[in-house]
Design a binder for this molecule. Structure first.
Ligand code: GDP
Ligand code: ZN
Length: 378
């Protein structure tokens, strides 16, 4: 780690803070500003509700409604697209996308501007002339699920757009639950403005002792106000609650294979939904097989976007920089640690642990940091 001098260290912390601003919602940003003011005035009372508890809370909608980092590139002025039909991108191919538009119509549409980089979930305006519909504009995004572009550190690859809710699926057992993994998922979400829902499946496999252990393990997430649902796809437990949470929203199921994502999807929509990505090519070449993201429409209006890339969201390696940037709240105290490379786990004179003890930093946040530091995700 660079920056042994105090000056370098201060710069580093300032940089983390600046970086992490992009990942905050407007609400969180304001909250941070207020906290900074309060600290200055000596009135220190920090609340760590990074994740809102209640889905019906308008604050969550605010969070969801946060636009992505990338600015939309409107091909036309808002007035020019006013009368045009709108649709939702359900699958993306080279040079064309599939769109879904009311009422339940599917079409394969040409993309005029390849630079527009459409993603599944994007809302678009299109025009219909003789041939296939043509996409003329992408509407502003409410949220993005993205990962860093390996070829360009200043760019992100958008995996899906306008996702309201990411259902982080883990198993209570088989495979065993690893909290470090949940932390990673939450971290991945922090960037794009989609809200998390933690779904712990296979609770039917737990005995009383297992249930007690699970409760302890989930406590930090409840403290961070991440909504948690306990489910069993095979025993039909918690399915109604899951369904109610998802209803009418655009969702993504993320999680390791084997945790029960397909089983849960089947349980909430036994009819199998409408795989809206699977339409016939307009050119008559037959069904286009693709490994890209697809959107599925359930009978109650819920939309589920699925792709291997999204399922693995948050599973890629984190760099130390990314980790530190994601913990700007913790880094703000790190300058006071005795050691410049303090891990805030066991060192003497650790300002971060002191902040936790004094109630100025959430113990749950500190716990996430320790788990991610330790690579406790198998
Ligand atoms: P996916 O890879 O995440 O889509 O997981 P699957 O839905 O394919 O499920 C993986 C395995 O776990 C299958 O053998 C399922 O039958 C099993 N499974 C799924 N949900 C449950 C559950 O709630 N309880 C138990 N005991 N097994 C489950
Ligand atoms: Zn420390």
């Amino acid at each position: 780690m660079a920056g042994s001098s105090e000056e370098d260290r201060r710069k580093q912390v300032a940089r983390f803070k600046k970086q992490s601003k992009h990942w905050l919602t407007r609400e969180q940003e304001l909250q941070q500003q207020q906290q900074a003011k309060a600290r200055k005035a000596g009135r220190i009372k920090q609340r760590h509700d990074d994740w809102s508890a209640d889905d019906d809370d308008p604050a969550v909608f605010e969070k969801i409604a946060r636009p992505g980092r990338e600015r939309p590139r409107p091909a036309l002025s808002p007035a020019a697209i006013e009368g045009l039909p709108r649709g939702t991108v359900t699958a993306v191919h080279a040079g064309r996308v599939e769109i879904d538009f009311a009422p339940a119509r599917l079409a394969s549409a040409m993309v005029n501007d390849p630079e527009q980089r459409l993603a599944v979930g994007d809302e678009v305006a299109f025009e219909v002339t003789d041939g296939p519909p043509r996409i003329v504009a992408r509407l502003p995004r409410r949220s993005v699920l993205a990962r860093p572009d390996p070829g360009n550190e200043h760019r992100e690859l958008v995996l899906a757009a306008n996702v309201d809710l990411v259902v982080i699926v883990v198993a209570a057992a088989d495979p065993p639950l690893r909290p470090g993994l949940i932390d990673r998922f939450l971290l991945a979400l922090q960037r794009g403005g989609a809200a998390p829902l933690l779904c712990v499946n296979k609770v039917d496999l737990l005995d009383d002792a297992g249930r007690a252990r699970l409760a302890l393990m989930l406590q930090p997430y409840e403290e961070l106000a991440v909504p948690v649902i306990r489910c069993s796809a095979s025993a039909g437990l918690g399915i109604d609650e899951l369904q109610a949470r998802l209803r009418g929203r655009t969702c993504v199921f993320a999680g390791h294979s084997g945790v029960g994502k397909s089983s849960l999807l089947n349980a909430i929509d036994p009819a199998g939904g409408r795989a809206t990505g699977a339409v016939r090519d307009f050119d008559g070449k037959g069904r286009h097989t693709t490994t890209a993201a697809m959107m599925r429409q359930l009978s109650d209006g819920t939309r589920v976007i699925d792709t291997p890339g999204i399922r693995a969201l948050g599973l890629q390696e984190l760099t130390r920089d990314e980790l530190q940037a994601a913990f700007a709240d913790l880094q703000a105290f790190a300058g006071g640690c005795r050691f410049a490379d303090c891990s805030h786990a066991h060192e003497p004179d650790c300002a971060v642990r002191a902040a936790v003890a004094a109630g100025r930093l959430s113990a749950a946040r500190h716990g996430s940091w320790l788990r991610l530091q330790a690579g406790d995700d198998g």
